[in-house]
Design a binder for this molecule. Structure first.
Ligand code: C5P
Length: 231
């Protein structure tokens, strides 16, 4: 059964806690990203965990293996459930992240790899030396590389998840932002899918922000999305 993760794209711990309380029971999983974590630090993770929710800490680590290993261990100590790394950090870095997570056993953070940022096009890839592959080919190659080296899953656009879920081993997690319930505002997202389509294509976790946070009744908005997911 796919899970809904609400992106806590707010600036303060107080706003984050207020949103989690406002949304209430239907949602059990929240994403904390760079903006909120840089502003509020581990306290905001603890605050969301104290409300009984799971946390996806989306900091996209990319550093030497030892540093990433220690950062993942810090996330594990906080009780984080999902964390992100950049697959281009290399084999040893991905393995270091997976090994540090494994120290926490059943309650370990699952490690998700970012393949190619959706903000990058073919020209951007050439700028950083990736000349022989299109973005789609690079996504597929990095998804295989990351999961073969210990990543539990992939962050992908809903447009990619179908092909990736067919190509990668069963049990791989597929976390997809860019999800919009039928008929809702797209905002700045360019390539979106409905919750039903994303789940049908193999997404295990959907990340949704504004369609819930900006709704007049966020609890009802979350319930509608969960119904569309078949959850
Ligand atoms: O408000 P919205 O539903 O568009 O929020 C989606 C969340 O997923 C945001 O936190 C955004 O930063 C994140 N995200 C994304 N597209 C990516 C990677 C992350 O929208 N390619």
């Amino acid at each position: 059964m796919a899970e809904l993760i609400v992106a806590l794209d707010v600036q303060t711990r107080e706003e984050a806690v207020a949103q989690v309380k406002r949304i209430g029971d239907p949602v059990g999983f929240y994403k904390i990203g760079l903006e909120l974590f840089t502003a509020e630090g581990p306290d905001v993770v603890k605050a969301v965990k104290d409300l009984g929710k799971k946390v996806f800490l989306d900091l996209k680590f990319h550093d030497i293996p030892r540093t990433v290993e220690r950062a993942v261990r810090s996330g594990g100590k906080l009780g984080v459930d999902l964390m992100t790394i950049h697959s281009v950090g290399g084999r040893a870095m991905i393995r270091a992240a997976a090994d540090a997570a494994a120290e926490f056993g059943e309650v370990r953070p699952r490690i998700l790899a970012v393949t190619v940022l959706t903000s990058l096009d073919k020209t951007d890839l050439v700028d950083v030396g990736i000349v022989g592959r299109t973005p789609a080919e690079q996504v597929a190659a990095m998804a295989c590389f990351a999961t073969e080296n210990g990543a539990d899953g992939i962050v992908s656009s809903p447009m990619e998840v179908g092909a990736l879920s067919r190509a990668l081993k069963s049990g791989t997690l597929f976390v997809t932002p860019g999800v919009r319930p039928a008929g809702s505002a797209v905002g700045d997202q360019k390539r979106v899918a409905t919750p039903a389509d994303a789940v049908r294509d193999g997404a295990t976790h959907l990340v949704v922000g504004r369609p819930i946070l900006d709704a007049p009744d966020p609890t009802a908005a979350a319930r509608t999305i969960l119904a569309e997911m078949g959850a």
